[in-house]
Design a protein around this ligand. Structure first.
Ligand code: TTP
Ligand code: MG
Length: 386
């Protein structure tokens, strides 16, 4: 199996950190987000709290009355969900600028597959640092970053290096990293499974790895087998987009490798049109546009850009694809294949359309009309000038 480089990003004390960024007088202080403590009589729980509050033993899901007992002088805030969502979107935009291969896990957490991006971002650790820096610069917030060849280990790594950490587990150190850890660090080991495993004398991931595989399958079914694999550093799960359709793309291989700019631009136009039509048929609009360029000799490069609004318009796709291409292509290289891809369909088409302006609607109607003509009279019936 191809070795992957997976990055797991998790923001530190997300909601509380946003409050501290928006109101710097809260910096360095215990801040608790959650229900109103009503001087210790309040009901409800802690949503999250700053690391300063954690020193007093406060944590997520703790009754707010208990949090008040532990630190009555903490600053208790009710939370502003729309602001947190806004910040979350900004963070995801930064991630999608890095790579289109982003799997959102929650508002403040994502996996990225950065396999093969060394040429653009350098070694994995540098890429991780770049992401951290970019998030800090653009939002003022701090992310912890775990890097590993498998998802599960990347997640454990980001958890262990919090707050403000970065930790890379290289392939050769994976087992040494995993084995001393308690089994509850493994994904999918909740209190119930933990009790069963403890009952078998299994406390650490090392114990699990040395246990009879059949016995684990018997006691825990498929989960047992899955956990056994994890304990040996085998995690087949790849980074997945949440969308049902992950991306819409189109590629073209030239019969003869070419460096003719006009031919290359025309091909981008053709590919953008194909992608644009498929997106409209599927009622999708994406924010990330990626191009793929394969040179003679099969060296392949991808470049991506994430727009602030999602699109399925050919003009947007083409102009961005062309800009990406112009940004890195040198005429000395002959091209064998070009590809255009649109992904990042997080926003729902319907929801988005609520905010659409008239001009956009009109543009969309024109696109639909062009599609209809083309479907009826064939691809060559309408042309676009570059
Ligand atoms: P987490 O990433 O679990 O927590 P966190 O970012 O506050 O702190 P850290 O990652 O540094 O340990 O959750 C992200 C946000 O989700 C969190 O800021 C608030 C919200 N949340 C709740 O509302 N209730 C909860 O029980 C948890 C765990 C999180
Ligand atoms: Mg977090």
């Amino acid at each position: 199996m191809l070795a992957h480089t997976i990055v797991h990003i998790d923001m530190d004390a997300f909601f509380a950190a946003i409050e501290q960024v928006d109101n710097p007088s809260l910096k360095g202080k215990p801040v608790v987000i959650g229900a109103d403590p009503k001087k210790g009589q309040g009901r409800g729980v802690v949503s999250t709290c700053s690391y300063e509050a954690r020193k007093f033993g406060i944590h997520s899901a703790m009754p707010i009355s208990k949090a008040y007992q532990k630190c009555p002088h903490a600053i208790f805030l009710p939370g502003r969900m729309s602001r947190y969502h806004e910040m979350s979107e900004r963070i995801f935009k930064i991630l999608y600028d890095f790579t289109p291969d982003v799997e959102p896990i929650s508002v403040d957490e994502a996996f990225l597959d950065i396999t093969g991006t060394e040429r653009i971002h350098g070694p994995a650790l540098d890429a991780g640092l770049k992401i951290k820096k970019s998030i800090k610069e653009k939002t003022g917030l701090i992310a912890s970053v775990g890097i590993a060849p498998i998802k599960m280990a990347a997640k454990i790594a980001s958890d262990l290096c919090k707050p403000d950490g970065i930790l890379e587990i290289k392939k050769d150190h994976l087992i040494d990293f995993l084995w001393p850890l308690p089994i509850e660090k493994l994904w999918g080991v909740g209190p119930k499974t933990k009790a069963i495993l403890n009952g078998l004398g299994i406390k650490t991931i090392r114990d699990l790895a040395h246990h009879e595989r059949e016995d684990l399958c018997q006691k825990l079914g498929e989960t047992g087998d899955h956990l056994y694999c994890l304990s040996h550093g085998i995690d087949q799960r790849s980074v997945e987009f949440n969308d049902e359709v992950k991306s819409v793309s189109h590629e073209h291989t030239f019969q003869h490798d070419t460096s003719d700019k006009e031919v290359l631009h025309r091909t981008f136009l053709y590919l953008s049109e194909k992608v644009s039509r498929r997106l409209r048929v599927e009622k999708l609009r994406g924010k990330t546009i990626t191009i793929k360029v394969r040179y003679e000799g099969f060296k392949t490069y991808t470049r991506a850009v994430t727009l602030s609004v999602s699109t399925n318009f050919i003009d947007d796709i083409y102009s961005n694809a062309r800009n990406l291409f112009e940004g890195f292509y040198t005429a000395a290289n002959k091209v064998r294949l070009l590809g255009v891809r649109v992904s990042n369909f997080k926003e729902l088409y319907i929801q988005d359309s609520l905010f659409k302006e008239n001009a956009k609607e009109k543009k969309e109607r024109i696109h639909k009309a062009v599609d209809l003509i083309k479907n009826k009279y064939g691809e060559k019936s309408i042309h676009r000038a570059i």
